[in-house]
Design a protein. Structure first.
Lengths: 501, 172
């Protein structure tokens, strides 16, 4: 029997949500100070308004509702989903006040796109926006990639609720026994890479003719977008703006690193076990799916005479494929070129890559390599059964950070999530078709939003229907939290309304 | 009288024709990025005329460099041109800077073999039509009111919770 939801349950959820929003608000002080230093006064005011709004909401929720000592999974999961929704509305305040969005819905769209590391953007006139606002766009992807719960966990007092919220955010790997230390480890890993990445991009930018300061700003932004598999870029042309092969190569490297499981990074950095990367089922699956989609894409592009030379195949073909597979969404071609030039095989290859996605417990979206790997292994195991003697029994194993036995529960769970993704992509495509978009384009954009990729074939624009914007916001949200936390929260609300049922 | 009406009609038709011709010419003269990208077979390898704002900064090294030009539909394209042209550019569009409005005539490449499949224009001629300028930021006073209002509200909330905590501790 499903438990009933009492006022105490709501109190627990709202109290934790308040703490998360409270700490999240402080991140707006970074663009606020940046704006002050660069004399972008209006933008600074926007961030101050946003910060004070978060502070106020967090303060009220934290103080009105008290967190009880015993917290359950439904509290953690519901708090995660609710925090993401409230954080979207609050983080959209500086966006909307900036005047670069046509409506508050558009501001929410870009905020959710940033948080979920999707990268679809409908902001206007990117090439003329304040630096502090541009920084905020990329910070959103960086913070969203690590998870806003992870931000709060660093500051929150240790409690069982933290881990329950963390799992709701898709970061189920507990790197260290302490949840707070896990949050800190995730941030430490990301900040180490930020430092390394910023230096890489700084030199690449200077080599490309940029001034050191501009190069540093672009470097930090592009690193954040690549590592977080976000897809935003400081300029409207995205990666095309740089016309630089070195920047594209560095981006591909960080996109792949960003799409890898934080647990694997932890093994490499802190346990000095580099071989773990190749032992893991996720790496093996990722290499296989990337290779297969790359072969399909190359075949399509060569067959249709799009790119017949090696360099364009790497700089456009492979870059887009890696960008799609890792869930980044950075682009080296124009959105409409997908439809006008790449042809059906190209589109299908990219759609498959986007749907597969990156590693679990990473910043990437999609099915996740572990689920694809597990389902594939289960199919092989099922086929193998027919070749066994009558009394024969096999035990299938897989390696993901440690050896594990492939049992029915694991397979069912992986297959269920994959099924939910397929349903979500289909629903998104249907809404697109209802809005007059051709099916293949509607499906492409739906997968891109739901798998948190951000590649666009030209559908996403400020002019698209509000129903489509709302659908994509929901898809991005569901895809990022991998359904369960959102479904738990929906049931939580439902059980609160119908308490007697 | 008939002669006058006839002359009048001829003049009107002439003006209309001129306008029509000018319209066609103008349309053909300056192409948009979207037109070029959406019609690759029509424009690939052809000489095109393009007008827009120079944004960002010059990129690349050597005698030829890159600039990016933004058209009035909000789409930008890379233009590969001689360093000599770049020297004439006064402003590159950024926040609070309106970049120079320039006219470029050159060969459009839908998939440029020289630049790894880039979609670009190799400029033959380059002309600055309008010099860019700095834009002074206008501070919006309403935002200060909102900040003050939020600040006052936060102080009230903080005082309220402090008093509440005080009475709770007394009752304990």
């Amino acid at each position: 029997m499903i438990r009933r939801i009492s006022n105490k349950d709501w109190s627990t959820v709202l109290s934790l949500t308040g703490s998360i929003i409270y700490y999240f608000g402080f991140t707006m002080l970074i663009p606020f100070l940046t704006g002050l230093i660069l004399r972008e006064i209006n933008a600074s005011f926007d961030f101050l308004i946003g910060f004070l709004a978060c502070f106020l909401v967090g303060l009220l929720l934290k103080n009105i509702f008290k967190e009880p000592k015993e917290a359950e999974w439904i509290h953690g999961m519901s708090a995660t989903a609710l925090s993401w929704i409230i954080a979207m509305f609050l983080a959209a305040i500086p966006y909307y006040l900036s005047g670069y969005f046509l409506s508050y819905l558009d501001a929410c769209f870009d905020t959710m796109s940033g948080f979920t590391t999707t990268g679809l953007a409908i902001i206007q006139n990117i090439d003329h926006i304040p630096i502090s606002l541009n920084l905020w766009r990329h910070m959103l992807t960086f913070m969203g990639g690590q998870g806003i719960i992870v931000i709060a966990l660093v500051f929150l007092p240790p409690s069982g609720l933290g881990f329950k919220a963390l799992v709701g955010e898709g970061k189920e790997e507990r790197l260290i026994p302490s949840v707070r230390e896990t949050g800190r480890a995730i941030w430490l890993i990301s900040l180490i890479y930020l430092f390394i990445g910023a230096i890489f991009y700084l030199f690449a930018g200077i080599y490309d003719g940029m001034s050191p300061l501009r190069s540093l700003f672009h470097g930090v932004c592009v690193f954040m977008t690549s590592w977080s598999t976000g897809g935003f870029a400081p300029q409207s042309q995205n990666t095309i703006y740089y016309h630089s092969f070195p920047i594209e190569i560095i981006s591909m490297l960080f996109m792949i690193l960003g799409s890898m499981n934080f647990g694997l990074h932890y093994y490499v950095w802190f346990k000095k076990d580099k071989k773990e990367v190749l032992r893991d089922i996720e790496s093996k699956t990722f290499i296989v799916t990337l290779s297969l989609t790359w072969i399909l894409l190359t075949y399509g592009l060569i067959r249709d005479g799009i790119y017949t030379n090696f360099l364009p195949l790497i700089r456009r073909g492979l870059f887009i494929l890696v960008s799609g597979h890792t869930g980044t969404g950075s682009m080296t071609i124009y959105a409409t070129q997908f439809v006008n030039q790449w042809g059906d095989i190209g589109l299908i290859a990219v759609m498959l890559a986007m749907a597969f996605g990156g590693y679990s417990a990473s910043t990437a979206g999609g099915f996740k390599a572990i689920r694809t790997g597990i389902v594939f292994k289960a199919i092989i195991a099922d086929v193998k059964k027919y070749f066994l003697p009558r009394s024969g029994v096999t035990v299938e194993k897989f390696h993901h950070l440690q050896d594990a036995i492939l049992n029915e529960k694991i397979v069912k769970s992986a297959a269920l999530i994959i099924l939910l993704y397929i349903v979500m992509h289909t629903v998104g495509a249907i809404v697109g078709v209802i809005n007059g978009i051709p099916f293949i384009q509607a499906l492409f954009e739906s997968i891109s939003a739901g798998a948190n990729v951000g590649l666009s074939c030209g559908v996403t624009a400020a002019s698209m229907a509000n129903s489509l914007k709302v659908t994509y916001i929901i898809n991005m949200f569901l895809g990022r939290l991998e359904f369960i936390a959102v479904f738990v929260f929906i049931l939580f609300i439902f059980r609160s309304i119908f308490r007697k049922a | 009288m008939t002669k006058k009406i006839f002359s009048f009609c001829v003049i009107i038709v002439f003006i209309l024709l001129l306008q029509l011709m000018y319209g066609i010419k103008a349309e053909e003269s300056f192409l948009k990025v979207s037109t070029l990208i959406n019609n690759p077979t029509k424009y690939n390898g052809k000489i095109v005329k393009f007008m827009g704002e120079v944004i960002g900064e010059p990129l690349g090294r050597g005698n030829n460099r890159w600039i990016n030009i933004l058209d009035n539909e909000g789409n930008a394209i890379g233009v590969w041109l001689s360093e000599d042209f770049i020297k004439d550019i006064n402003y590159y569009g950024k926040y609070n800077i309106q970049g120079d409005i320039v006219e470029v005539e050159g060969i459009f490449h839908s998939i440029c073999k020289e630049h790894g499949g880039d979609t670009d224009i190799h400029a033959n001629t380059f002309k600055i039509l309008e010099k860019g300028h700095l834009i002074k930021e206008q501070i919006k006073i309403q935002k200060i009111y909102i900040i003050l209002l939020e600040g006052v509200f936060i102080i009230i909330v903080l005082i309220f919770f402090r008093i509440k905590k005080y009475y709770e501790s007394l009752s304990k």
